[in-house]
Design a protein around this ligand. Structure first.
Ligand SMILES: [Zn+2]
Length: 219
């Protein structure tokens, strides 16, 4: 996890005169050895959740995640339908976590001109409680039409899971859909359009805004 000490310490920026890390940041309660990194992480950690209502027939979304500076962690509880084995679930957890994190991680960073650039990183945590999102895992039958959405994932899915994860972060669909003729932006060629691993900077803007920073290139 990357942290900008200067960025996280911005809240102390208006202080004039002497400043004590022990008194000012640790509230004077330092006994034994302490970790400044752990303290900075706890100072930076925030929970976010919001509903983004439909713009057409089935566009409702629920966003929820934990953000610690440039690191976004999403706690997901998978609820498999009957008949899906533990071994299958373990395989899916590994595959889906890799797919999501490889698609979203290290594409952009956040930073300001006088602060270090930190890459945006995303982490999936599979949990049994205290989840940001609950997902039904289903196994579609042969020839059965079924398509995943934010809340229902099929065992055969792989690349589309990075798209469903995008909804969990608050992003809408961007593919052409006759049921949603006014959708915009549309046909963008991004993960929210055709499941490609293309993550445009604008999909990271809310995370930069959350910490008073900007989306910047990593190269
Ligand atoms: Zn979608």
């Amino acid at each position: 996890m990357s942290l900008s000490v200067k960025g996280i310490a911005r809240k102390y920026g208006g202080i004039v005169g002497g400043f004590s890390v022990v008194k000012g940041i640790f509230s004077g309660s330092v006994t034994g050895s302490v970790s400044l990194r752990a303290k900075l992480e706890s100072l930076a950690r925030q929970e976010f959740s919001f509903f983004y209502p439909s713009k057409c027939t089935y566009d409702d979304g629920w966003a929820a995640f934990e953000q610690t500076w440039s690191h976004i962690r999403v706690r997901i509880k998978l609820n498999p339908d009957a008949g899906i084995s533990v071994a299958t679930m373990n395989d899916l957890k590994s595959k889906w976590k890799n797919r999501i994190e490889n698609t979203w991680n290290n594409k952009w960073g956040c930073g300001r001109s006088d602060e270090v650039t930190c890459p945006f990183t995303f982490e999936v945590q599979w949990v049994n409680s205290n989840e940001h999102h609950a997902v039904e895992v289903k196994q579609c039958g042969e020839g059965e039409f079924c398509r995943s959405n934010e809340r229902v994932w099929d065992v055969k899915d792989d690349v589309s899971i990075a798209h469903e994860f995008g909804h969990m972060l608050g992003n809408r669909d961007e593919y052409k859909d006759d049921n949603c003729p006014n959708r915009t932006p549309v046909n963008t060629g991004t993960v929210m359009d055709n499941n490609s691993p293309n993550i445009p900077a604008r999909l990271l803007t809310r995370f930069a805004d959350n910490i008073g920073s900007n989306v910047v290139s990593l190269t």
